[in-house]
Design a protein around this ligand. Structure first.
Ligand SMILES: *Cc1c(COP(=O)(O)O)cnc(C)c1O
Length: 227
């Protein structure tokens, strides 16, 4: 049987070690537990082990689990998957964070559809840092306009950037992408005071990401097992 608490402890130890290596405080890096395709009872086990931030990719699955787990105090839900316009209303109404905003049209819909009586939706802009045509994400050229737009949306709070680098074993390519993201992030922080989140790093590259200033690593398999 899978031991979620033990897996979380191992990942947190890896984060601590990477922070030590990068001469950073461990509390500056948040762990987002990516629970897509995994049942609610495994999320409860992670919650009971102290984990509070959970990431989902598919909207209907997210709706079901969020409703099922609404009794868990200060659990925080992040949507990290590609966003279709016809799903934006559901996303705007149920999650606390969205990491995958990559165009003005989606940002506008999320802001228009967010209930004005709840806290603004926290938004990271997804950047297509590898430049692969099949990948989601704004281009570096599109980023300034998108950031300004989100910053001006009444029901959104611009929190930072997210990236998924090319799937490669070549650490130089990964590091190069993460370095570029760090530069973009620092530039954005200079311009917008609400920006504090650089969402990058997964199971295989969290140490490089933390070295390059990541403030949120997104880990699925190493916590919840293979999908
Ligand atoms: C699935 C997913 C993850 C987690 O991936 P693992 O390989 O399971 O750790 C992280 N980020 C995004 C955007 C994902 O879709």
């Amino acid at each position: 049987m899978i031991n979620i608490a033990q897996n979380l402890a191992s990942i947190n130890a890896l984060i601590d070690a990477a922070c030590k290596h990068a001469k950073r405080q461990p509390k500056t890096v948040n762990l987002l537990a990516v629970s897509k395709t995994k049942p609610a009872d495994l999320i409860v086990q992670a919650y009971e082990a102290g984990q509070r931030h959970f990431g989902e990719n598919y909207i209907q699955e997210a709706v079901d689990k969020i409703q099922q787990l609404s009794h868990l105090d200060d659990i925080c839900w992040h949507f990290i998957g590609p966003i279709q316009s016809n799903k934006s209303r559901q996303i705007a109404s149920i999650v606390d964070w969205v990491h995958s905003v990559d165009r003005v049209k989606i940002a506008k819909r999320l802001s228009d559809q967010r209930d004005i009586n709840i806290t603004p939706l926290n938004v990271c802009l997804q950047v297509n840092i590898s430049g692969e045509t099949a990948k989601s994400g704004a281009t570096i050229e599109q980023l300034p306009e998108l950031a300004e737009f989100v910053n001006n949306c009444p029901n959104l709070c611009l929190r930072g950037l997210m990236a998924i680098p090319a799937n490669t074993k070549d650490e130089h390519i990964t590091k190069n992408s993460f370095n570029q993201m760090q530069t973009l992030f620092i530039g954005l922080q200079d311009q917008y005071p609400t920006v504090d989140t650089l969402s990058m790093g997964m199971s295989g590259d969290l140490d490089i990401a933390i070295d390059c200033g990541s403030t949120m690593v997104r880990i699925g398999t190493a916590i919840f097992g293979k999908r």
